[in-house]
Design a protein around this ligand. Structure first.
Ligand code: 2AM
Length: 171
């Protein structure tokens, strides 16, 4: 079994801007900042997947049509349970919502079921946060141009999660 999810990964500049924001927020929220290499948005979390079901997911990622999208992060949010402070956007992003819906549609053909709850696009910045950020806007908005979809494995370890890309639609 491997713990898998589909995600978008930012370029270096965007990732660093998010990590800087996480560093700034961590002491204010009483948690720990996630490192630059972990910054991403999850579109579809699959959980533990049997080895036998992984090959079709790799093929799905590799065969996904080219992506071209943009997301402006300008808002901070808080999930009290699981204690995450995150970055997202005030305005809904149609490209992301459509991409998420299309991805789950494709995944349903492989026996995976979309969650009931509504998709809240977010990038986790601070974990084990004791409280929300003091303000709900990002001091400086961050523009993220995304161009590839990745199937990623999450390995849980002592130092937090480590992520490894198994397949994407650009390499
Ligand atoms: P999070 O950052 O909001 O915790 C790897 O764990 C990725 O999958 C993270 O982006 C994490 O989101 C997400 N994830 C973990 N468990 C999830 C769940 N039950 N539903 C949706 N996403 C989940």
């Amino acid at each position: 079994m491997r713990r898998l999810f589909f995600a978008l990964w930012p370029d270096d500049t965007t990732r660093q801007a998010l990590a800087d924001e996480a560093e700034r927020l961590a002491p204010l929220c009483g948690g720990y900042p996630l490192p630059a290499e972990n910054m991403h948005i999850t579109l579809a979390f699959l959980g533990n997947v049997d080895e036998a079901r992984i090959a079709p997911l790799v093929a799905l990622a590799q065969g996904w049509p080219a992506l071209q999208g943009e997301w402006t992060l300008d808002r901070l949010g808080h999930f009290p349970q699981p204690r995450i402070v995150w970055a997202g956007s005030q305005a809904p992003n149609d490209t992301l919502m459509t991409l998420d819906a299309e991805l789950w549609q494709a995944l349903s053909r492989h026996g995976f079921t979309a969650p009931q709850r509504e998709f809240t696009p977010h990038v986790s910045l601070v974990r084990q946060a004791e409280r929300a950020a003091p303000q709900s806007r990002l001091p400086t908005s961050i523009r993220w141009r995304f161009d590839h979809l990745a199937l990623v494995e999450s390995q849980l370890g002592n130092g937090g999660s480590r992520y490894r890309t198994l397949a994407d639609n650009i390499s």
